[in-house]
Design a protein around this ligand. Structure first.
Ligand code: FPP
Length: 251
């Protein structure tokens, strides 16, 4: 990719992260601090998500992955799971046309089996409608767990070996990576987690091998463009060596 600024307007992508992934944490604590129900925290979380999708486009990010429902979130009370699924339904119904107009391509990673049919239909509709868009890939991790994703990939490789279609010695990191949920999307440059927690919680663990991790103390409903810019500024101060000695690549 060239470092030269494009002749037309548009963000300068020469040094910033191309793929940002976000663990949107702290909705519940945000609500509790205000004496509000957790559902209100999640609702405000969707508003933060809208802001951040817009900001990501403006800042020249090409891929934005969001952790919106983890495979482990099933252990929450049924009422909260219902709230989260309701928000996803409403987000797609209300925002899909705007996302499409703004050139956003929606991709979904995670396990579809076991999801309610209307949710699957909405996820498919979002992917189909926006398939040709190129301004921003919005990768929604829904019913997603990194260990499950890696285990599924291993299972596919094992099946190929068992059926005599693959030599075990051909299994390397690239081969496994090809069977992850979005193999064409580059690994995240930057992973942000809000609310001060400092762990990955089964999110993109394979893809995070060389990601820069930035933990911000604010809760997700308060996250905005300025907070995203702050995390990107922190990223810009890091030296990425990818295990070698070279200075930061970035172009
Ligand atoms: C973490 O807050 C957030 C989640 C479990 C889900 C994130 C969901 C949204 C931002 C809204 C839904 C978005 C879509 C697209 C459906 P938490 O409940 O773990 O907060 P806590 O740790 O403070 O309790």
């Amino acid at each position: 990719m060239s470092n030269a600024a494009p002749a037309t307007e548009g963000p300068d992508r020469s040094d910033g992260p191309l793929h940002v992934a976000i663990i949107m944490d702290g909705n519940g604590r945000w609500a509790a601090a205000r004496g509000l129900p957790r559902a209100e925290g999640h609702r405000r979380g969707v508003e933060a998500l809208r802001r951040v999708v817009r900001a990501a486009s403006e800042l020249g990010i090409l891929h934005l992955t969001i952790f919106s429902f983890s495979a482990e979130n099933w252990s929450r009370p049924a009422s909260e799971i219902g709230d989260l699924f309701g928000l996803l339904r409403r987000f797609i119904r209300n925002d899909l046309a705007t996302l499409h107009r703004d050139g956003v391509r929606v991709r979904v990673i995670g396990e579809r089996a076991g999801l309610e049919p209307d949710i699957c239909a909405l996820l498919n509709e979002a992917e189909e409608l926006t398939r040709a868009n190129t301004r921003l890939n919005l990768i929604v991790a829904f019913n997603y767990g990194s260990r499950q994703e890696i285990a599924n990939a291993a299972q596919r490789l094992a099946r190929e070996v068992a059926e005599g279609r693959r030599d075990p010695s051909s299994i390397d990191a690239d081969a496994l990576g090809q069977y992850l949920d979005a193999p064409d999307i580059p690994d995240p440059d930057l992973i942000i987690r809000t609310s001060g927690e400092q762990r990955l919680s089964n999110f993109l663990m394979w893809q995070a091998a060389y990601s820069e991790l930035v933990f911000v103390p604010i809760h997700w409903p308060d996250f905005d463009k300025a907070a995203l810019e702050g995390a990107i500024a922190e990223y810009a101060r890091r030296e990425r060596r990818f295990g070698g000695l070279a200075a930061k690549t970035g172009s």
